[in-house]
Design a binder for this molecule. Structure first.
Ligand SMILES: *[C@@H]1O[C@H](CO)[C@@H](O)[C@H](O)[C@H]1NC(C)=O
Ligand SMILES: *[C@@H]1O[C@H](CO)[C@@H](O)[C@H](O)[C@H]1NC(C)=O
Ligand SMILES: *[C@@H]1O[C@H](CO)[C@@H](O)[C@H](O)[C@H]1NC(C)=O
Ligand SMILES: *[C@@H]1O[C@H](CO)[C@@H](O)[C@H](O)[C@H]1NC(C)=O
Ligand SMILES: *[C@@H]1O[C@H](CO)[C@@H](O)[C@H](O)[C@H]1NC(C)=O
Ligand SMILES: *[C@@H]1O[C@H](CO)[C@@H](O)[C@H](O)[C@H]1NC(C)=O
Ligand SMILES: *[C@@H]1O[C@H](CO)[C@@H](O)[C@H](O)[C@H]1NC(C)=O
Ligand SMILES: *[C@@H]1O[C@H](CO)[C@@H](O)[C@H](O)[C@H]1NC(C)=O
Ligand SMILES: *[C@@H]1O[C@H](CO)[C@@H](O)[C@H](O)[C@H]1NC(C)=O
Ligand SMILES: *[C@@H]1O[C@H](CO)[C@@H](O)[C@H](O)[C@H]1NC(C)=O
Ligand SMILES: *[C@@H]1O[C@H](CO)[C@@H](O)[C@H](O)[C@H]1NC(C)=O
Ligand SMILES: *[C@@H]1O[C@H](CO)[C@@H](O)[C@H](O)[C@H]1NC(C)=O
Length: 821
């Protein structure tokens, strides 16, 4: 089904020529010694002969018996050198030009490099030159045009540069010229229109620009033309479409513009291949194409064709490939169905039918089930389809790609889809499908890719989904799905899973089996709760993990540090708590990481990928600390949390006492509302502060068993309760939430302490502002120098500066204060 290339075609010619050579005897008197020298010179420029083909090329033996050498029978002159596909490596000796009776030179499919020299032009008897599939470079030698008997030239698949020599147009016997897959530039010489013998011309995959010369299109015997993948512009000469000789036309991937000839101007009865895709062609698709009954490949995709898909394409019994996608084709006016699909059910050889990306509006006809069972690929995506998928679709037994994405289809996904046993890729995204995903989908044992995103699918993903043992991609984002069965994680081949923007609830099974191949997991924007399974760290191929916008709680598993291939990690907008594991510093490929809007605390790791993150990745958490550039307070020390707590335990009591002063103040304010007791600076309070330890039992009693009615507030490290001690002292007590500190409770009481007020909207004058600054500075000075060990506040900000009614500032909230040893 693939396009026949010139060098394949030419090989057959070569065989014919071989037979000929064995019979012809050239009666020319000249020394056969020259031939021997030339052959030995050829051998000496071969650097590598892995198959030892040339091992019996020795002076002692008659060269006519050497491997790959053909001689004329009587005169014993070399007429053929057939060394194609021998693995030879080296340059082509210019001495080859001394083989004056050479008719066939086949060095194709080897590793010849360097230049092809002008001496090749001495080969006046040369008819066939096969040099395709080597690594030859430089210009095509001009001398070649002296080989006036040349019939076939194939230089395809080398690295020839420069322009196509127009001198080649003097080769009056040339029937095939294959120059494809080189690095040629310039334009096609119009003089090629003089090579009336030319039947095949190949120039694809070069860098040829300019027009397609009309002269070339008028060649009477032309039947193969390959100009694909160049930079050709302008119209395609109409003559090429009115030529009964044409068999293959491949002009795809250029910038041809203009219309194709109307029906009368298109006469291609022998055409087998017409590839015009990826150009800028306009106008209608001529319906006379349906008279080219030998057509097997017709690709007009990615152009600007308008009008309808021509009728009677059903005549094309040999048609295997029809690519019309990405044009502006419309449906038959007045027809609600896409009737051309019904026509095409008569194409009994059809394999690939791609018509998406047009302006086709209408319903899918029920006849869709009548497509030939040769059909493997059907794509009508990006259309304006309405209605439902006909249940007849199940008859497409051999289809392996089915594209119906991005239209306005609605209804349920038909359960008959499960009958398309060979289905490998299913594209249903971007429609209005509703209802649940039918269980029959699990019958598609060959399914590798399932796209049904952006629909209104609801319910659960069928738990039989694990039967899809080859599934690699599953994209169901933007639906209304509510449940993911844990069997989903049993699909060992799954590589890319996107369930984002659904209503998935429940939690992830902590015992899911780790996958070796899963690379992308996007579960964002759902309602999944519970903890992130620790086993996640064993998903060794994971590159992108998005769990954001869910209700995940608990710690971030430190096993995630094993995900060394990860480049994207989003855990934001969950309820995750605890520390960011330091193990994540090992994730050296990370491009994006987000921990924001959780309840994380402790030190932000600072090595590896963390060096490049900004405050965006950490904002709105509970008590993260680290580099101030991340807009978090600095941490006390770099030592591990555990030992830090151990060291600092002896300071904890006084520290907590300090914190509690403020809390009790708040309480007293409430109690003594209106009293005008003289205010005092914070510093004085510290100075006069006395603290004492009380038993846990006493505290429980004092706070009425930490009853919620006594709860005054919740701080960063714990909750503040009001309590009445046995001696009548009113205290506030703070329970710390940290597990190493539970039970460490202290109380404080200071009747001198006065009102602290907080105001959202007062206007301060300059003097007041300076006063506040001095007060805050004094408070900090005390914290830093006024005690045995300096205390760092870690969270000094305007909202932590409280003003009393005399506008005296008090620094509050030592929630994350650190004591420096
Ligand atoms: C050259 O040709 C003669 C017969 O014309 C033959 O005897 C001789 O072996 C040939 N030489 C070589 C090197 O093949
Ligand atoms: C050289 O090798 C080829 C193929 O291996 C063989 O056909 C030919 O007879 C050999 N010629 C001599 C002179 O040994
Ligand atoms: C090239 O030669 C190799 C063996 O060397 C062969 O397998 C391959 O089919 C050849 N390719 C073509 C295009 O002739
Ligand atoms: C062989 O070719 C070389 C270079 O191409 C040339 O100089 C030489 O004269 C030729 N020898 C014969 C005997 O033709
Ligand atoms: C074709 O050949 C004729 C006569 O040989 C010559 O006059 C003419 O210029 C050639 N055309 C081109 C385009 O070279
Ligand atoms: C098509 O070619 C034929 C001769 O091959 C010619 O008579 C006819 O006028 C051409 N038609 C068009 C539309 O060029
Ligand atoms: C079509 O192809 C067949 C077989 O390849 C050939 O015999 C026939 O001439 C071609 N042309 C038409 C018009 O059928
Ligand atoms: C197909 O060919 C027939 C006979 O050659 C002709 O009558 C008919 O108009 C052609 N159809 C189209 C669409 O060109
Ligand atoms: C299919 O071809 C048959 C004859 O081969 C014809 O009767 C029928 O109308 C065609 N159907 C379509 C849909 O073109
Ligand atoms: C499908 O083909 C069958 C048999 O050829 C025919 O009876 C049926 O009407 C066709 N269905 C449609 C919808 O064209
Ligand atoms: C998942 O799908 C959503 C919606 O189509 C898309 O925005 C997101 O980028 C996808 N996720 C991944 C990791 O590709
Ligand atoms: C940080 O970013 C720079 C530039 O984007 C990059 O070169 C560097 O490797 C990154 N560092 C880490 C640790 O990811």
């Amino acid at each position: 089904m693939s396009v026949r290339r010139l060098y394949d075609a030419s090989l057959m010619g070569a065989l014919a020529l071989l037979v000929l050579l064995c019979m012809v005897d050239l009666a020319i008197c000249s020394s056969n010694f020259t031939d021997q020298l030339a052959l030995l010179s050829f051998k000496s420029s071969i650097k590598n002969d892995p198959n030892n083909v040339l091992s019996n090329w020795t002076k002692e033996t008659n060269f006519c018996g050497w491997a790959g050498v053909l001689c004329s029978r009587r005169r014993q002159r070399v007429t053929g050198l057939l060394l194609g596909g021998m693995g030879l490596e080296g340059t082509i000796s210019p001495r080859v030009g001394n083989l004056s009776f050479l008719q066939l030179l086949d060095l194709s499919n080897n590793s010849f490099y360097g230049h092809l020299t002008d001496e090749i032009g001495h080969l006046r008897h040369l008819k066939t030159l096969y040099l395709f599939l080597n690594m030859l470079e430089g210009n095509i030698p001009l001398g070649l045009h002296h080989c006036q008997r040349l019939e076939v030239i194939s230089l395809a698949g080398n690295k020839f540069r420069g322009r196509i020599p127009k001198e080649l147009s003097t080769l009056t016997s040339l029937s095939e010229l294959a120059l494809e897959q080189n690095e040629l530039i310039g334009s096609i010489p119009p003089s090629f229109g003089n090579i009336s013998s030319l039947e095949g011309f190949g120039l694809e995959e070069n860098q040829i620009y300019g027009n397609f010369p009309t002269e070339l299109a008028q060649l009477p015997n032309l039947n193969l033309i390959y100009l694909a993948l160049n930079y050709l512009i302008g119209p395609i000469p109409p003559a090429i479409f009115n030529k009964s000789s044409m068999v293959q036309i491949d002009l795809n991937g250029n910038a041809f513009s203009g219309n194709l000839p109307t029906n009368n101007g298109l006469f291609l009865p022998n055409l087998e291949v017409l590839l015009l895709d990826h150009n800028q062609l306009t106008g209608n698709i001529p319906s006379s194409l349906s008279n080219s009954s030998n057509l097997t490949m017709l690709t007009l995709a990615v152009n600007l064709f308008t009008g309808t898909v021509p009728k009677h394409l059903g005549n094309l019994k040999h048609l295997e490939v029809l690519h019309l996608f990405k044009n502006q084709l419309t449906n038959e006016p007045g027809s609600i169905e896409l009737s051309f699909l019904t026509d095409l059910t008569n194409c009994t050889s059809l394999v690939h039918l791609l018509v998406g990306g047009n302006k086709l509006s209408g319903t899918l006809p029920n006849s869709i089930g009548n497509f030939s069972n040769t059909l493997q690929e059907l794509d009508v995506s990006e259309s304006q389809l309405i209605g439902t998928i006909p249940k007849e679709i199940g008859s497409l037994r051999n289809v392996n790609v089915l594209g119906l994405a991005n239209s306005n289809l609605n209804g349920n996904i038909p359960s008959t889809l499960g009958e398309i046993e060979s289905l490998q890729r299913l594209y249903l995204g971007g429609n209005n499908f509703h209802g649940s995903i039918p269980n029959e989908i699990c019958l598609l044992s060959n399914l590798g890719e399932l796209y049904a995103d952006e629909n209104k699918l609801s319910g659960s993903i069928p738990s039989c989904i694990e039967n899809l043992r080859g599934l690699q991609v599953m994209t169901l984002s933007h639906n209304k799905l509510t449940f993911t069965p844990s069997s989903l994680w049993k699909i060992e081949t799954l590589r890319d899973l996107n369930l984002s923007f659904n209503s998935l609830g429940g939690s992830l099974d902590p015992n899911i089996r780790p996958s070796k191949v899963l690379e992308i997991v996007d579960l964002s924007w759902n309602q999944i709760s519970g903890s992130i399974p620790r086993v996640i760290g064993s998903f060794q191929s994971l590159t992108s993990l998005n769990l954001s916008r869910n209700s995940f709680s608990g710690p971030i598993p430190n096993t995630m540090g094993n995900l060394i291939t990860l480049d994207y990690l989003d855990l934001s907008h969950n309820n995750l708590s605890g520390q960011i594991p330091k193990s994540l510093e090992a994730l050296s490929h990370i491009q994006y990481m987000n921990f924001s809007c959780n309840k994380l605390a402790g030190e932000i790791p600072n090595e590896g990928p963390f060096m490049n993150l900004t405050s965006q990745s950490f904002m709105e958490n509970e008590a993260l600390c680290g580099n101030p550039i991340l807009k978090v307070p600095p941490c006390a020390s770099n030592s591990s949390k555990k030992s830090m707590i151990k060291i600092n335990l002896r300071y904890i009591l006084p520290l907590i006492a300090v914190m509690l002063i403020f809390s009790i103040g708040v309480y007293i304010v409430k109690r003594n509302h209106g009293n005008n007791v003289q205010s005092q600076n914070l510093i004085d309070l510290y100075a006069t502060m006395e603290h004492r330890t009380i038993s846990y039992l006493e505290l429980r009693r004092a706070t009425n068993d930490l009853c919620e009615a006594n709860l005054l507030g919740v701080g960063s490290y714990g909750s503040v309760y009001k309590g009445v001690l046995s001696d009548g002292t009113i205290v506030c007590c703070e329970t710390t939430r940290h597990r190493n500190l539970v039970g460490v409770i202290t109380a404080c009481s200071n009747p001198e302490f006065r009102a602290l007020l907080y105001s959202h909207n007062s206007c301060l004058n300059l003097l007041q502002r300076i006063g506040i600054m001095i007060d805050v500075a004094l408070a900090l000075e005390y914290l830093h120098y006024g005690q045995l060990e300096p205390v760092v506040h870690c969270d000094l900000k305007p909202s932590n500066v409280l003003l009393d009614e005399d506008m005296v500032a008090h620094v509050a909230d030592f929630g994350i204060a650190k004591i420096l040893g």
